[in-house]
Design a protein around this ligand. Structure first.
Ligand code: SAM
Ligand code: SF4
Length: 337
């Protein structure tokens, strides 16, 4: 690893060699999950024996502080299922109180949402992405392996009641499975301030024929939207890689997340840290850079920032998925999607 004088790191911003600035960190706080989504953890979460535990509250707070000091403004809590952690609310509260952090976002499968969404709001969570792969309880069960459809739907309604202006809903549309619900999803957001985000299925190491069978290109959805009068919005700086479509007759919006598109990475505005403290520069294909050894005391903050800064200089311009390099990761639950 390239060495860098620590005294020069005090002002380091998170800018990479291609002049991309990173304001946004996705932080996984657990690999554990209680769902068994067929495209993610079809056999459920399998704890690894004798592996280190997930980052503690103190380690997470130090990490978030270091990123905030380098210009991070938004932190997303993800997993696995982040709300499974007993100290989830405390983690959210601590991060929300860090100076410079303007947004604490959450990606959740929504199983606790109906119960806890008010507490999430009070803890300082400013935006929520909830996964919902079907509007049909039977299909929901078929994909997720769990009977929590009603709870998730109720949770989404309650989010508006407790004061969220908008909710983002993630759905992985799969060929000849839930893709038949495309029109139904559109109708669902007609009078709801929901950004419905269709995420193209990504191939992971735990899939063999699954990907070939179910992968549905986002381009097909884009064509359908355009044919129905939806218009592609100009990208705003904070959009990240989603392509956003709007329609005058609809209160909701549609976002398409198409990782196999050539320019997907040009608008990448995020870094990721795994639940055990590894920095990942890209969702695809790299081992990660260990940060945990530098999360053990407050005195290590400048060393930690130096390591993050140097690592960032090695971030590639783009992934190579579109050239057939699968960059395969075992599953996305280990890094939070
Ligand atoms: N458990 C939470 C949830 O489901 O929202 C957070 C973690 S999950 C890994 C984050 C997102 O990644 C979810 O919206 C999920 O649908 C998506 N995801 C997981 N595996 C995927 C895959 N192979 N291809 C595309 N999206 C995937
Ligand atoms: Fe769990 Fe989210 Fe993966 Fe589904 S997508 S198995 S909810 S981590």
């Amino acid at each position: 690893m390239q060495s860098i004088p620590i005294k020069n790191v005090g002002d380091a911003r998170l800018i990479d060699a291609f002049q991309r600035t990173y304001y946004y960190l996705r932080l996984s706080i657990t690999d554990q999950c209680n769902f068994r989504c067929n495209y993610c953890l079809p056999n459920g979460y399998q704890p690894e024996a004798n592996k280190p535990h997930f980052l503690t509250l103190t380690e997470i707070t130090r990490l978030a502080q270091a990123f905030a000091d380098m210009g991070t403004e938004k932190i997303r809590l993800t997993g696995g299922e982040p709300t499974l952690r007993k100290d989830f609310l405390t983690i959210a509260e601590h991060i929300a109180q860090i100076e410079g952090i303007r947004q604490v976002a959450l990606t959740t499968n929504g199983y606790r949402m109906a119960k806890d969404v008010k507490a999430w709001k009070n803890a300082g969570i400013s935006s929520i992405n909830v996964s919902l792969d079907s509007l049909d309880p039977k299909m929901f069960y078929h994909i997720t392996g769990i009977n929590k459809f009603d709870e998730v739907m109720r949770g989404i309604d309650l989010a508006f009641d407790v004061g969220y202006q908008k909710v983002k809903v993630n759905s992985v549309l799969m060929k000849q499975l839930n893709d038949i619900e495309f029109d139904r999803f559109l109708a669902w957001v007609k009078d709801r301030p929901i950004q419905m985000r269709f995420i193209e299925l990504m191939q992971t190491g735990e899939m063999d024929t699954f990907f070939q069978r179910y992968h549905l290109s986002g381009n097909i959805l884009a064509e359908k939207l355009l044919a129905k009068g939806w218009t592609l919005q100009p990208k705003s700086l904070t959009d990240g890689p989603a392509k956003v479509f709007k329609h005058l007759d609809y209160m909701g919006e549609i976002g398409l997340i198409m990782p196999y598109e050539k320019n997907f990475c040009a608008s990448c505005n995020r870094l990721r840290v795994s639940a055990k403290g590894k920095l990942h520069l890209c969702l695809f294909g790299e081992e990660g850079i260990e940060l945990r050894d530098l999360l053990q005391s407050d005195e290590q903050q400048s060393l930690l920032q130096a390591r993050i800064f140097v690592a960032l200089q090695g971030k590639r311009e783009h992934h190579y998925l579109h050239q057939g390099d699968s960059g395969i990761r075992q599953h996305l639950a280990s890094i939070g999607g």
